[in-house]
Design a binder for this molecule. Sequence first.
Ligand SMILES: *Cc1c(COP(=O)(O)O)cnc(C)c1O
Length: 360
Amino acid sequence: MEQAPMLFIPGPTYVPEEIARAQARPMIGHRSREFTALFERILPRLQAIFRTRGRVFFIAASGTGLWEAAVRNLVRRKVLCLINGAFGERWYQVALANGKEAVPVSIEWGRGIRPEQVVAALEDHPDVEAITLVHNETSTGVMNPLREIAGAVRQTFPEVLILVDAVSSLGGAPLETDAWGLDFVLTSSQKCLALPPGLAFCAVSERALEKAKEVPHRGYYFDLLTLARYADRGETPATPAISLLYAADLQFARILEEGLEARWERHRRMAERVQTWARERLGLFAEEGYRSWTLTCVANTRGIDVGALNEFLRARGKVISSGYGPLKGKTFRIAHMGEIQPHHIEELLADIEEWLAAHR
Ligand SMILES: *Cc1c(COP(=O)(O)O)cnc(C)c1O
């Protein structure tokens, strides 16, 4: 079999072999004591990663499924969608597709969302029930100031639920579900948590669950109240992705063994290294003060041929990511998330340096 390249793309990320192998363990029934034991190991670890004492759920889906769950369960009529990149835009589209009255608040790509902008938008639409916000915009390399935004919303519009996409940040940058007063936080398995794709995880506040009781047509598969009822007895409503849960069981233990703060700090240091390098060599797409800890969106100021660079890297067993959608060609992205270590980053930058030196 061909050796797979080391992934410096923003998902799926590199999965250590030990984690991948955990999936091969023998199958168990999902209405068995063994499964409930697995469930009861995973849940407190997930709470620790989300920094919550409240409800957490896992489900066989990618993160997109939980975008749908969020608006479907927690919005009766109207939601405000904050958009400063492709993922914010898509969550807005998901709200519309679920028949919600969604109000888009568009902010220039590459810029961070300011708390004042959110408060002003809520003043214009005081009847919204919730806001949707992407913590880390994977399309632009912007990390929005979630803590400050949530604080401002809690202070000025305390009734409004705060729904957060933390797909490319949870596990790689500070996020405090309870302390910051977040109502719904979702993530996917294949980004900073460094698991294979196929699982999605969320934390849900008590008041969000109360709200769900008033929302009709929550759907079936992603109904939070059904998930909660089954969780109370250590089970899931439908057949869970047991193999992936074996991997999650082991990986969450590893994450907590590294220590969540230490893990955040590792990501911060890798971001600093890549961004210092990129600023000297090319440029950065995201504005200063709002740059992501988990990926860098490099501004392609020298018009380099990113496809050719990636071919060169591939021969060295590595792969980076082109710019997202309209940013293709104008930017490229280096993810430093999950199980990527500082030495991997050094090796990658040395290879890119070598290519750049030969292509002046
Ligand atoms: C990757 C990504 C998604 C989509 O997640 P899937 O797991 O592919 O459904 C959503 N939001 C952000 C910020 C992402 O980076």
